[in-house]
Each structure stands twice: as C-alpha cells, then as structure tokens.
Design a protein around this ligand. Sequence first.
Ligand code: RTP
Ligand code: MG
Length: 149
Amino acid sequence: MSTPNNLEEVTFVMVKPDGVSRGLTGEVILRIERKGLKILALNKINMARGQAELLYLPHKGKSFYEGLISFITSGPVVIMAVKGRNAISAVRNLIGSTDPVIASPGSIRGDFGLQVQENVVHASSSPEDAKRELGIFFKGLINEGGGDS
Ligand code: RTP
Ligand code: MG
C-alpha cells in the first residue's frame, strides 16, 4: 500500500458478477460515496472476453487466470471511475485483502465475501494500473478532464 501523498487521483472500480447478482451494487456505491470519493462515471456492462483479457493481462499464465476470465465474463458488472484524494489507496483500503476470509471485517470483501475468486469488487492497485484500466473502459475520460460534479 503506497503512502498517502495528497494527490487527486482517479481509480477504476468494478462490482464483479457475484456482487451484481447478489444485489450489492448499491452497498459498494454507498461505501465509496460515504468515504467522500466522487463517482465520475458509471456503467453496467457485460464484459467482452477481449476486455477481460486486457484487464487481467498482468495475471496471464497464472493458475487462476482462465477461471478468472470465465468468471468476470459470466454476468453483468458495474464499472466506475472514482475520484478523490489518494483515491487508489483509499478504495483499496475500502475493499480489503484479495481473500475475503483474510480481509478485515468492515471492508467490503471482509463483510460480504468468502471466496477468493468471487470477491465482490475490483479496484486498481497502482497509478499505472489505474491509468491502464481506465483506458480500457473509460477511454477519453481522463484526458478530457471528466465530469467533475
Ligand atoms: P482485483 O484485481 O480484482 O481488485 O483483486 P486484487 O488486486 O486484490 O487481487 P489480484 O492479485 O489482482 O487478483 C485478481 C483477482 O483474481 C482472483 N484470484 N483468484 N484462486 C486464486 O488464488 C486467486 N487469486 C486471485 C480474484 O478474483 C482476484 O480479485
Ligand atoms: Mg489486482
């Protein structure tokens, strides 16, 4: 986890198919907004396999990669661009550790998950990842300045 540095950042957040089908989209949005972060853009999509492969390119070749691609394309997801002070670290703290069993109670995964793959939410883990991931799903938003209200 990087040290807070007072940067205004935009991060990519997604409610995964398990979170959407369980009706947890509102809960995730509530926690993001309650924290003081702003949702710049939001969309409900069925992720194409090509988009999933781009999103999870850093995991290509890992044992869980194929299962992850199948899972993430198995049903609708809700994608968001989220802005605020140190938004990347702030959202990672809100969502908790990858494995919901280990994730702290009070975090989204800690409160709502039990499976490492079906762990409710995704969020970018570094400025480089945020830029890359936003570029896949919200092309133009950053360079155009985004809607800031
Ligand atoms: P995410 O990218 O979804 O926000 O999650 P993360 O950074 O906490 O975890 P990451 O290491 O990037 O892994 C991406 C997603 O792959 C699934 N996974 N399964 N079976 C496994 O051991 C395993 N490890 C990871 C999870 O859905 C994880 O969120
Ligand atoms: Mg990750």
